[in-house]
Design a protein around this ligand. Structure first.
Ligand code: NAD
Length: 248
């Protein structure tokens, strides 16, 4: 299937590893120029080289920095010049007991998993609308639908982002700009590998008998960014191998 997005430009946040990397790779293979972000220069450059090797014809530019940092956000948008696609992503907040989280912990979680995405949308969406094409994807979590007790900050920040972006959809829909959220269940990334507590909660009711391959999520991202997906907006798309225990 020709996704029709060759020649477009994407900002892909937190893309040096895991799900963000998979999205950048999938978009690049469709001919999309990518501006990728990560906090560690060496890891980010290694990923950029892997993307260049897999998709030699496209441009891969890197912005090192924390996606919550205003300078990093501005640099991403300035480097992309006319971004057609924005993939919002960042690391998830730590698991734990809410009794142990002070205000600073909460502000950090909101900055990382809600406010940085909103700021990048603010910086890009009007340009997309004026050019008549835009695709905004937020990687959130299956915890938006089924909150996980040990992930209180993730549950809250991502729910806030989800409801915020839904409020933008009516204004943007007639302007060629779609906004959708991908809700991953358990995927084979460092996020899962590094937390036994998280792995136990995310996989205890597995019906697929496996965790997800990040490339599967990258492929979904590329489709949602495609010309074919212009009539899909405001959706929370669960990708969890059937883990979610409801029909709606
Ligand atoms: P990961 O830890 O494997 O990779 C995240 C990448 O983003 C790393 O390279 C990291 O250095 C970078 N990063 C983290 N915070 C950043 C920041 N503030 N600015 C710039 N770069 C940053 O994680 P992942 O599994 O790919 O998860 C991506 C997102 O999806 C997270 O928010 C995570 O909570 C969420 N999620 C993941 C799973 C899963 O099973 N993997 C399930 C549900 C939700």
């Amino acid at each position: 299937m020709d996704l029709g997005i060759a020649g477009r430009t994407a900002i892909v946040c937190a893309a040096s590893q895991g799900l963000g990397r998979a999205c950048a790779m999938a978009l690049a293979k469709e001919g999309v120029d990518v501006v990728i972000n990560g906090r560690n220069k060496n890891t980010l450059e290694a990923t950029a080289d892997e993307i260049r090797a897999a998709a030699p014809k496209i441009s891969v530019q890197t912005i090192v920095g924390d996606v919550t940092d205003r300078e990093c956000q501005n640099a991403l948008v300035e480097t992309a010049e006319t971004p057609d696609i924005l993939l919002n992503n960042a690391g998830g907040p730590p698991p734990g007991d809410f009794r142990d989280w002070d205000r600073d912990a909460w502000v950090s979680a909101l900055e990382t998993n809600m406010l940085s995405a909103i700021e990048l949308i603010r910086l890009t969406v009007d340009g997309m609308a004026s050019r008549g094409f835009g695709r905004i994807i937020n990687i959130t979590s299956s915890t938006v639908r089924v909150p996980i007790p040990v992930l209180g900050m993730s549950n809250a920040a991502r729910a806030g982002l989800t409801n915020f972006v839904f409020g933008l959809v009516p204004e943007l829909s007639s302007k060629g700009v779609t906004i959708n959220n991908i809700l991953p269940g358990p995927f084979d990334t460092n996020r899962l590998r590094n937390s036994k507590e998280l792995t136990r909660h995310l996989t205890k009711n597995s019906v697929a008998g496996r965790v997800g391959d990040p490339a599967e999520l990258g492929a979904l991202c590329a489709f949602l960014c495609s010309n074919n997906a212009g009539y899909i907006s405001g959706q929370n798309i669960q990708m969890d191998g059937g883990l979610y225990p409801g029909a709606f």
